[in-house]
Structure formats: structure tokens, C-alpha cells
Design a protein around this ligand. Structure first.
Ligand code: LHQ
Length: 257
């Protein structure tokens, strides 16, 4: 179905692999369209309860395919029509999204990893806010997520200096959920995705929504948002199961309902 990505479903997890390894999984138009379609499909499928986004070969993604743009390209238009809908969609999907950062994440590839809910990072991976090296500014949500994750000063430093950040340094900065050795990579990513896919999916979706809302809201609005979210979570089958399993002193079996 897809030419530039791979889309597989295994045990309630959608695996989306950016698949232009010879170009370090940089984004051309087809890859944008296909990633948008894959995310939509993972959102619509009730049986999918976690999404893994990764790259084929030695890179996660090197951002925009620079051989596809020139000074006749409308950069703002390109962002509005291709990148921004992906970043927006990732925040709206009510399921956990894991960036399995297998290798270099540069430019908008870094932004994509930042927009995920979790970053599992290979010991071989690195992050690079490459924009400054070609006289551009960080985009695709980079200026939103990066300061929220590492703080204003560090974000500015990474943006302006554009230095490569190793997996270890990224972990120190709080960019990383976990650094994983090459040897354990597939097993650990699958196990983590499986763990998330067996959790109360609706509650996770409401947490994502609430956190984003909190950045732009007063305490009063946040409290009201939490109350609304709790009303919804409280009506879920997984809440019922959570309480029942607690009282029966057994492990809960969440279904995402
Ligand atoms: C590439 C790319 C690439 C094409 C490696 N494109 N071929 C939004 C709106 C509008 C316009 C512009 O952009 C944006 C968003 C953005 O993402 S802007 C930032 C774009 N990305 C970059 O500036 C990163 C460019 N790449 C690099 O700096 C390096 O390739 C990194 C640090 C990612 C990896 O370095 P190396 O491991 O040394 O690999 P390499 O440079 O040798 O690359 C391997 C091949 O991949 C090579 O092709 P070749 O035919 O010589 O083997 C590169 O040309 C190609 N490639 N990135 N973005």
C-alpha cells in the first residue's frame, strides 16, 4: 500500500517505519502523505492501542529532503500543508505514540521525535537541531516541545549552536524515556510498546489532552478540564476493571474500552 513507509500491526501496536534509508529517511512529499494516512489509520482502528514510529537503516529521519526544495519553494506553505498536520495529529491521537529513535534524528526528524509521547533511544542515536546550519529556524513544533522538555535556555542553546547531542547527553537533558543498547533494541521497544498497549488507553488519551491544555490555561480552567476528563475516565470499562481487579487482588486486564 505504501512506498515510503512500512505499516504493520502486531498485538494491538501499529508500527510505522520511515523507509527511505538511502536518504536517511528524509521527508519527500510521498512520505508526508503516507505518514498522515498511517497515523489516521492507527487513530481510527479501535484495536490499536499504541503507535511506534521508527526509521529503517541507520537514521530515524534527517528531516526535509533538501534535494526536493529550492528557493522557489514556499517553505511556510510546505510546513502548513505537510509537517504541521502530522505534528497536530500526533498530539490529538488519544493513544500513546513512541518514537523509537534508532539513529540520527535531525531537523524536522528531531521535531517529529519531540512530538511523540515517549522517546526510546538507541545508544547509537543522536539528535541534531540542524536548521541553523542551513540558515533556517526550527519548525514542526520544535519551538513548542523542546523548551517544555529541556527548558528555555537549553532549548535556545540547541537551536542556535546546532550541536549533535548523543543518546547519553539526551538522556541527561530529559529528552529520553530510555536509552537502549543495540543488542536489546527490538526486544525492549516491543516490550515497552506492548506494555503501553495493555494500559487503560482512554485514560492515556485524556492525560495527553490535559497536559497540552495545561500549558495554555489558568488553574481554574485546568481544574475544570481535569474534572471533565475524570468524568469520562470514570465511565470507562477500564476504570471498572481497575477497581474490580484491585478489590479482587488480581492484575487488571485493560481492554481500552
Ligand atoms: C539527505 C538528507 C536530507 C536529502 C542526509 N535531504 N538527503 C521545513 C520546511 C521547508 C524547508 C526546509 O526544511 C524543513 C524542515 C527541515 O527538516 S530543515 C533541516 C533539513 N535537514 C538537515 O539539514 C539535515 C541534513 N543532513 C545532515 O546534516 C546529515 O546528513 C546528518 C547529520 C543527518 C547525517 O550525517 P552523516 O551520518 O554524515 O550522513 P551523510 O550526510 O553522509 O548522509 C547520507 C546520505 O543521506 C547522503 O547522500 P549520499 O548520496 O551522499 O549518500 C546525504 O546527502 C543524504 N541526506 N540528509 N535532509
Amino acid at each position: 500500500m505504501f512506498n515510503t513507509i512500512l505499516y504493520e500491526i502486531k498485538d494491538s501496536v501499529a508500527w510505522i517505519t520511515l523507509n527511505r534509508p538511502e536518504k536517511l529517511n528524509s521527508f519527500n512529499e510521498a512520505m508526508h502523505t503516507e505518514l498522515q494516512e498511517a497515523l489516521q489509520s492507527a487513530e481510527n482502528d479501535k484495536n490499536i492501542r499504541a503507535i511506534v514510529l521508527t526509521g529503517a537503516g541507520r537514521a530515524f529521519s534527517a528531516g526535509q529532503d533538501l534535494s526536493e526544495v529550492d528557493n522557489s519553494t514556499d517553505y511556510g506553505g510546505l510546513l502548513r500543508s505537510r509537517y504541521n498536520p502530522i505534528i497536530q495529529k500526533m498530539s490529538e491521537i488519544g493513544k500513546p505514540i513512541i518514537a523509537a529513535v534508532n539513529g540520527t534524528a535531525a531537523g524536522a526528524g528531531f521535531s517529529l521525535a519531540l512530538a511523540a509521547d515517549f522517546r526510546l533511544v538507541s545508544e547509537k542515536a543522536s539528535f541534531l537541531n540542524a536548521f541553523v546550519h542551513i540558515g533556517l529556524v526550527p519548525d514542526s513544533g520544535n519551538t513548542y516541545y523542546l523548551p517544555r522538555i529541556v527548558g528555555h535556555a537549553k532549548a535556545l542553546e540547541l537551536m542556535v549552536l546546532g550541536e549533535k547531542v548523543s543518546a547519553t547527553e539526551a538522556e541527561r537533558l530529559g529528552l529520553v524515556t530510555k536509552v537502549i543498547t543495540a543488542e536489546d533494541w527490538e526486544r525492549e521497544v516491543s516490550a515497552f510498546a506492548g506494555r503501553l498497549a495493555s494500559m487503560p488507553t482512554k485514560a492515556i488519551g485524556l492525560m495527553k489532552e490535559g497536559l497540552i491544555r495545561s500549558w495554555n490555561s489558568s488553574l481554574e480552567n485546568v481544574l475544570e478540564g481535569e474534572a471533565n476528563a475524570q468524568s469520562l475516565a470514570g465511565l470507562s470499562g477500564d476504570h471498572l476493571e481497575g477497581v474490580q481487579s484491585f478489590l479482587e487482588k488480581r492484575k487488571p486486564l485493560f481492554t481500552g474500552d
